[in-house]
Every structure is written in structure tokens, then in C-alpha cells.
Design a protein around this ligand. Structure first.
Ligand code: PMP
Length: 431
């Protein structure tokens, strides 16, 4: 298959004159893979259609939210119904109550929740709340984890920061960055050491319970439990950033899968069903510190937007036990396809998977932290990405991101992906 790209190229030339790098979020620019990004005209189920008429099987799914696939009829219907009644009121609506109720029902540690508009807002607000609740200033994050782009998190961050090999961001005051302590993911001893040195000053440990922004790295046994114990002993809060894992890896999110309860949870992606949503929640006495119930200020003109609430709730309605079992089966097959094709060509690969998120690291197993993830063959990644795109398979344009599956993907789709890999890998190796 050879793609036409004339219209995407034309739009991109125009876009770079108008927007930084031609995009509104860095990884979209395809810099790490040296291509022109495809401008998308529409999505349907597991497929994307670009402005040149190419069709791609989509393993990005808007970077995670679209667990039901593109334009799922149940989600479209729910949004349309609300849309016709108006888009925003700056006043409470029933839709907010219904989504909050659904989240609280499914995640036992979340007794109350506050809706915001993005994952960044959720993590930023959760840290403010943790600092207010503890009266402390420092936070601990893990190298290669990404928690959005608020100042405290742009310290050894993953996702686009890692993809573009950017240093910690200019514009973040040293005083702010200096309050963020870091440790390698999965390294409990390093966290213990931080608590020994700074225990009294640490407000919270924030962690992706399954790291997804350095590629998928599951927690080693005992890691999350250890964080729970250390934070509790030191009077600090434990924040699970479940923006990516929330309702993706398990019906009760990663905390349900691993049986560890954080004090605060941040969410986004799936709970917005493809519309802009974030949320933070947790124990009642903590959330009651948030304005207007309490003194910790946080607000939003479009927070709890009815369209987003309806899309999120319609998406959650599709996620029953059978749906998770299906996603798990399908992603296991995709993982197996990668392993099988690479083994046949004698090329090292380490496919790590939790539920319907997975990363085929082009490296020897195991990948336990960001340092391991960086040992990948990035040149091979770039060649393979291009060859797979030419085969009509749309993978994340970064070796440090997850593939996602949706309810709209089928076994035939995965089989098509295996066949495409079979053709693409030898071509990628020959470059
Ligand atoms: N936390 C995690 C774990 C994420 O994966 C992301 C986004 N990829 C964010 C926070 C930030 O969310 P948003 O892009 O909606 O601001």
C-alpha cells in the first residue's frame, strides 16, 4: 500500500505558520518519526480516515480515551441528545451527578469527585489539595512518568517530553521544580531514602500505578503496596494518577487490579469518552477541603460540561465484565503477534501489557523503568513505524507510548496487524 499525503502536507505547511510546530500537542507532529502528520478527516470504529482518503487501523485512539472506538453509536446518541438542549450553562446539571455517581460506584477509594477539563488540571489540583491537607510542600514523582504539563510535573517527565528528548522545561521556576523529588519507577528503596531525608516535608507521592508514558511498565510486586506503607507511615498522601489507566485496565481501574487504595485518584481520558474531561477524587474528608465546601480553590468555566459528562457516562455503560474480558483477549493476541513475528526474525522485543494497553519495547526484557525503556532501538522503531503506516496501521509515533485497543477492534484487525508486521519488519530491518 502506498499512501497519498498531498493534502496532509499542504495543511501541515499552513499549520506550522499558525501554530507552534503545526500542532496543539507535541507528539502529534510526528517529529520523532520524521514524517508529515496525517490530518484526520474522521474516525469510525477502529479506523481513522485521513484527508487524502487513506484508511488506518488505529492503535492510538486519541491516546487512550476511545475505549469504545471512534464514533460509537451509543456515545454519539448520548452526546447528540444533550447537545440539542444546549452546550454549557455554568450551572449544575443532572449529567454531572450521573457521571460522578458512576465513578464513585466503580472505584471504592473515590468517595467524592471533582470534574475538570483535562488530566493536567486533575493532577495539578490533586497536588494542591495534598499540599493543603498536609501543610507540606514537597512531592515525589517517578522518572519517566507523565502527569500533564503543570509546573511541578515537568521534572524528568515521560510522554512527549521523553519522545522529544527535551530537558526539564524552561519557564518552570527552579523554586517550583526543586520541590519535586524524583525516584526511578519500581525502585522502592529509592523512595525509602527520600522519605528518610525529607519525610516530614513530603505532601504526596504521585505515581502512574501502571506507567504508560514511558511505554507500558507494570508495577513490580510490592511496589504499590510499599508506596502505600511509606506514605502512610510518613503522614503523606498517595496519589494514583489513573488518567490513562482509569477504567481501561480494570472495571475499578489499576487500584482495583492491584488491590491498593490511594488517598487521591486522578482520572481523564476514558471518563470523557473522547471529549475534554479530567477528574480528581478520593476520601470525603479530603475532597471536602475543596471550594466551596472548603478553602482550597479550584474552578472551571466549562468543568462538568454536559456533552463531556454524557460521552463519559455512555462510554462507562459499555464497560461491563464481558467488555474487559474481550479487550484483554484481543490485546493478548496483539502482544503474541509482535512476539511471534520478531522471534521469527531473531529481533529482540519485550512486549509489556496490562489489559488493553501494551508496548512492544524494541529491547530485551524486562523493562522496569525509564532507563530500561531508553535502551530501545529507536532507529528500528522509526523505520518500523513508517513501514506500518504505509501498511495502513496507525501506531503511536513514539517508542515511549502505549498502544490501545478498543471494543471496536476485532480478531481480524489483529490478524491484519500481524500480517502487516510480517511484511513491514524485514523492510524496516533493511534500512
Ligand atoms: N496523567 C497521565 C497518566 C497521562 O497519561 C496524561 C496524558 N497522557 C496526563 C496526566 C495529562 O492529561 P491531559 O493531556 O488530558 O492534560
Amino acid at each position: 500500500m502506498s499512501e497519498k499525503v498531498a493534502r496532509s502536507e499542504e495543511l501541515f505547511r499552513h499549520a506550522v505558520e499558525l501554530m507552534p510546530g503545526g500542532v496543539n500537542s507535541p507528539v502529534r507532529a510526528f517529529r520523532a518519526v520524521g514524517l508529515t502528520p496525517r490530518f484526520i478527516a474522521r474516525g469510525e470504529g477502529a479506523y481513522l480516515y485521513d484527508v487524502d482518503g487513506n484508511r488506518y487501523l488505529d492503535y492510538v485512539l486519541s491516546w487512550g480515551p476511545l475505549i469504545a472506538g471512534h464514533a460509537h453509536p451509543h456515545v454519539v446518541r448520548a452526546v447528540r441528545e444533550v447537545l440539542e438542549r444546549g452546550t454549557s450553562f455554568g450551572a449544575p446539571t443532572e449529567e454531572e451527578v450521573l457521571l460522578a455517581e458512576e465513578i464513585v460506584r466503580r472505584v471504592p477509594s473515590v468517595e467524592m469527585v471533582r470534574m475538570v477539563n483535562s488530566g493536567t488540571e486533575a493532577t495539578m489540583s490533586a497536588v494542591r489539595l495534598a499540599r493543603a491537607a498536609t501543610g507540606r510542600r514537597r512531592i515525589v514523582k517517578f522518572v519517566g512518568c507523565y502527569h500533564g504539563h503543570a509546573d511541578p510535573f515537568l521534572v524528568q517527565a515521560g510522554s512527549g517530553v521523553a519522545t522529544l528528548s527535551l530537558p526539564d522545561s524552561p519557564g518552570v521556576p527552579g523554586e517550583t521544580a526543586g520541590l519535586t523529588l524524583t525516584a526511578p519507577f519500581n525502585d522502592l528503596a529509592a523512595v525509602e531514602e527520600l522519605f528518610r531525608r525529607f519525610g516530614e516535608e513530603i505532601a504526596a507521592v504521585i505515581v502512574e500505578p501502571v506507567a504508560g508514558n514511558m511505554g507500558v511498565v507494570p508495577p513490580v510486586p510490592g511496589f504499590l503496596e510499599g508506596l502505600r506503607r511509606l506514605t502512610r507511615e510518613a503522614g503523606a498522601l498517595l496519589i494514583f494518577d489513573e488518567v490513562m489507566t482509569g477504567f481501561r485496565v480494570h472495571a475499578a481501574s489499576a487500584q482495583g487490579l492491584y488491590g491498593v487504595e490511594p488517598d487521591l485518584t486522578t482520572m481523564g481520558k476514558v471518563i470523557g469518552g473522547g471529549l475534554p474531561v479530567g477528574a480528581y477524587g478520593g476520601r470525603r474528608e479530603l475532597l471536602e477541603l475543596v471550594a466551596p465546601a472548603g478553602p482550597v480553590y479550584q474552578a472551571g468555566t466549562l468543568s462538568g460540561n454536559p456533552l463531556a459528562m454524557a460521552a463519559g457516562r455512555a462510554t462507562l455503560e459499555l464497560l461491563d465484565a464481558e467488555a474487559y474480558a474481550y479487550l484483554d483477549r484481543l490485546s493478548a493476541r496483539l502482544a503474541e503477534a509482535y512476539r511471534e513475528v520478531f522471534a521469527r526474525h531473531g529481533v529482540p522485543i519485550c512486549v509489556q501489557r496490562v489489559g488493553s494497553m501494551l508496548t512492544p519495547f524494541l529491547a530485551e526484557c524486562p523493562v522496569r523503568n525509564f532507563e530500561d525503556a531508553r535502551r530501545q532501538d529507536l532507529a528500528l522503531f522509526r523505520h518500523l513505524f513508517r513501514e506500518m503506516l504505509a501498511e495502513g496501521i496507525y501506531l503511536p509515533a513514539s517508542a515511549f507510548e502505549a498502544h490501545f485497543l478498543s471494543l471496536a477492534h476485532t480478531e481480524d484487525d489483529v490478524e491484519r496487524t500481524r500480517e502487516a508486521l510480517e511484511r513491514a519488519l524485514p523492510r524496516a530491518l533493511a534500512q
